[in-house]
Design a protein around this ligand. Sequence first.
Ligand code: TRP
Ligand code: ZN
Length: 868
Amino acid sequence: MSQNKPQTQYRDDYQPPLYWIDTLDLDIDLDDSQTEVVAISRVRRNGDHNEPLVLDGEQLALLEVAINGLASEQYEQTDDKLILPSVPQEFVLTIKTRINPAANTALEGLYKSGDAYCTQCEAQGFRRITYYLDRPDILARFSTRITADEQAYPYLLSNGNKVGQGTLDNGRHWVQWQDPYPKPAYLFALVAGDFDLLQDSFVTRSGRHVALEIFVNKGNLHRAGHAMDSLKASMKWDEERCNLEYDLDIYMIVAVDFFNMGAMENKGLNVFNDKFVLADANTATDDDYLDIERVIGHEYFHNWTGNRVTCRDWFQLSLKEGLTVFRDQEFSSDLGSRTVNRIRNVRLIRGPQFAEDAGPMAHPIRPDAVIEMNNFYTLTVYEKGSEVIRMLHTLLGERDFQSGLSLYLRRHDGRAATCDDFVAAMSEASGRDLSRFQRWYAQSGTPVLTVRDHYDAATCRYQLQVKQHTAPTADQKEKLPLHIPLSMALYSEQGDAIPLVCRGQSRAEVLDVLDAEQTFVFEQVPSRPVPALLQGFSAPVKLDYPYTDKQLALLAKCSGDEFVRWDAVQMLINQAVRDNMAAASQQQPLVLPQTLVEVFRTLLEDHELDSALQAEMLTLPSVSSLVELFEQVDIDALARVHEHLGQGLAKALQPLWAKTYERLQTPEYLILHQDMAKRALKNVALGYLALAGEETVVDRQYRQANNMTDTLAALDAANRAGLASREPLMADFEAKWRQDGLVLDNWFRLQAMAPADDTLEKVGKLMQHPTFSLANPNRVRALIGAFCAANPVQFHRPDGTGYDLLVSVLEQLNSTNPQLASRLLTPLIQFARFDPPRQRLIRARLQQLMDKPDLARDLFEKISKALA
Ligand code: TRP
Ligand code: ZN
């Protein structure tokens, strides 16, 4: 680790590379502590200059440098660079280095996941494998030779096609891979190990045969089928919806158990967190199945949006991530329920993404300044980035959007591009002026749309006045008006849709809000209407419109748009929460609004509605997402209100919950959307029955469940409601699954989320559980991550001991896995919404971390911003 103060990189400082690298031949001789890497590249000067060649490299032992085959001493080394002061115009560079994969706990570069070797090179991990121009605008043709012990590592994998293999006389063997597509180093991958292999194939629309291979840890073959189905569905979807075919003869996926993120789109050789591959009815929930489909899709879709066309520099990350998230969301929506997918994505934006905007790490989807790139794989870049693409889709329509995408891919194929290039292609293909829209890439923060209306009965005119305002964020003071697509509809008080008419013409539902203040006038409106605003969450903004409960109840019941119905219920709940906060802070009695009860009743009795959608509508938002409703929150009062509403709804509608629960039994376990929908609603009902104290139903479901969805739903219900059976059920689950980390993560998560006052002490003890390990990111996220992010009341205990727990974990992870540490830190830096005494406690803890002499850049960046 460098002792120097971490440096900020700025987007505006981008310079084209001084040298190009056209080919890279790697020869990697694997050994736990002494892996040798020979990297031979063809280097070419870019333009006319005498600047040195400066290569990136970290934690490498340099053994040899040669230019055109001749060993050279003409170089300088720093902490993280290899500098060759004078090199020929074009030459062959040979670099030999040694690395220590067994000691690599950061899970970046080449490391060991259990008994296997694997790599993670995005964003800047390749520099931990060899010295290189480790930037995404350097695209080279890679060939890779891997050598390892044949018994321990029968599979030796890398990108592209296998072009040779052989055995050596010392028990070792080698395989040679060649990737025909030029790629940046972050897409390089190597895997070596002994796996179970699931094989299948796919014939592309043009008739090319593609071998599909999924590698999983031994004994898990029966858990790879859903991932394979999802892969084939992804390939088909991209052909049908986006006209994009796969381009190599083989597509490999490897599932590993030590992984910092979800998965990685390395060309032809994806590496996955096993959480997003392994599933069977006994061990995975319905949501796990959906997550696998989504992540397999996401990585597959990167093959075009990310790999064939990549990013010029890391500030452009949303170019590939926002677009690919949009594509995976569309994939999931086309295969399952569009509304349910939309609701889940909107929850992510309104909760954690809005919180990011309001915190010290606020940044535009295309950041301007970065200290540690790993800190910018954020909800803003990914999820808000996808919302920006979705707005383009809303503005352009499917046809023009698809032509824009084709134009972009054709124009930049095989090269590195920018967000501006993408918008330019969209604008050209559609003929639309997107200059104001482009501000979404540059401006951070959450705009607030304030809408007020006026109805004139005499003229039958209805006027909407729309104001937009974005408050200053930590990173940016000045804000400009944005191009905001505002989708809306009007309803009569009887719930009938009123056609939109402007200047005598019927008009579309999407209004172009462009200015700080704008007025829209609708004619031929027969009576005072109820507006449905921001239909489908047509823009990532907060809406301020003074809805009455009666109007919301009408929208919840009558709107033709399912999303609007859900959103109306959300607004009703939010209103009930706000109305109770003062009383809760003063320990006074709370109320349960009758309108809310009646809306819930109507929804429960509406058997026409998709059960999955009903389940979403009847689920109360989490306490942590409700924090976003307040400038300053009394977290204990908020939790009391939340509990009051939950129990109130449980008891007021108890017979209906019971009836719903009984009606939705699915005796056989099938992974079909309509069955998942039934289970979802049934388990929401179970949650309310538990809150009403119906312990026997919960116990019965736990004992009789034939699948993990129902098992965990019962555990979760007992856990949240604090039922007496919680302890025996949790003990039973642990005894059954203690050998399987992935399954036990659910148990760690529930333990961490328990509302009980001794949860903190339990979490501390569970860190000693034989299956827990700080070295495994999945375990850490399940126990520590869930406690800090999803149990705000216990984490924010007024004595500060919740913070102490996190800080002690961070102090350890700071040196072993800073990337993981930095992600866990988020709830601590988002302290602005909490009360001054808690803020003081948090600041003191952050200062304590800041004073660490060896603080990793990842943590430095976030903590210094939080304390500023
Ligand atoms: N590009 C990957 C994806 O979103 C994510 C990724 C970025 C990643 N950096 C990583 C995965 C580090 C693992 C480790 O698809
Ligand atoms: Zn991605």
